[in-house]
Design a protein around this ligand. Sequence first.
Ligand code: ZN
Length: 478
Amino acid sequence: MRTRTLFPSLLLLGAVSLTAACSSGSAGSAVSAPGGDRPGSASSPVRSVDPSKIKGLKIVSDSSEQSSCRFATSYPDVPGAEAMTAAMKKDVEERLAGFRSRMCEDGNSAEGGELNISHRLLVASGDVLGVRLTTQDGSSVGSGLSARTYWYDGKAGASRTALELVADGSRDAFVAALKEQLKGREGVDAASLDDPLSAPASRAAVLDDMAFTADGGLRVTFDRGDVGVPAAGAYTVALFKETITPWLSAFGQRVQRQTVQPSGSLHLGATDVPEPAVPTHTASGDDDTDCKKVTCLALTFDDGPAAPETATLLSYLAQYKARATFFTVGQNVAAHPDLVRAEARAGHEVGNHSWNHPDLTKLTPEQVASQLNRTSAAVKAATGKAPTLFRPPYGAVNAQVKAATTLSPVLWDVDTEDWKYRDAAKVAQTVIDKAKRNDVVLMHDIHPTSVAAVPQILRTLTARGYRFVTVSHLRATL
Ligand code: ZN
């Protein structure tokens, strides 16, 4: 996840070939590919982890819904791994702050700029935890695509870098093997590998994306421009298990073992992991509200589910017998299927808001289908029912996106801009002042301030005769 560095000897060639690289279609791939995998990866798969099995897991999400400032970031917060969470938080917040100052301040052109940071759990078993964050930064030079793996050693109680998977004394041999593999690749000039891979400081920055494959090999991915000509994109080198094993650190050996044969549950030494509250409210039958006769309003909550915010929101909605629509993000559904189940059980509608919140109009039809299908599958696994509606992130939708899915798009009439203000009173007042009969209202249940605004909205508008229905109910009864 190093910031863009073009090595001097490659600058000219890189500049000449940049156009070809940009038009190759690789730029958007990593955002849409499941779990943030990048194109051109080695064939041996990296085992996937079921995040819903991790006790106390929270997904820290931040996003905008505004087309002039498009960002969506996420990383996992696992109890016990605080040092690793802090490292991810620091990296994500720095990138987001940089992006917002470049792209979202008044007067800056935001056209084409989008920041997306998605996460994938690589190992969560025994006393080791591994996460890959994949970043697509449309405000930076070139493809703006980079990835980094973060590691936690529960035995030592310490955060580890990717390079720490390899023993200190074996790193020269390890690097020599990587160079050997890279030398034959198109776009790699053998002499140019010495700079980034030899000096210890740049070595750690370049070798920041490593993970074991399911068969115990090690997959090392180089961000575009870190080695080879930038135009050639990212390079992935896979070392077989027999090759890499003698070079691993004691920590690396434990990660390898837990990747090949996970022992099951994760024990990082966290002493106090609270059980998340999941509301048990059950809707009594179908909603018979007739929106032709009464004043209806459709509240919609995007980007969740989030713990504990979504659970709190569900309890508020139940108090007022209000129904709502949740446009869920697939990577959060995977982490909290119990909350999505609680939404459906309480009579709310569960819609699809993509897997990791990219601008769908920037993706290929296949990538759009993958983003939406993967999320629908996660919702169906949680609730037994697949969504029929989707809300495009940033409200960005075009004919190509619509053609790539059978889901029906839903935009909004009232935008609370709650993600920007983070002010419960302001969010509540916006809805109360602006909402009109049969409107669709946009909010986000990942923000505690938005959830805190809901009781006042429900109290005030109920007193004014409003009834709160799902989007599909509103559409069906109008
Ligand atoms: Zn959103």
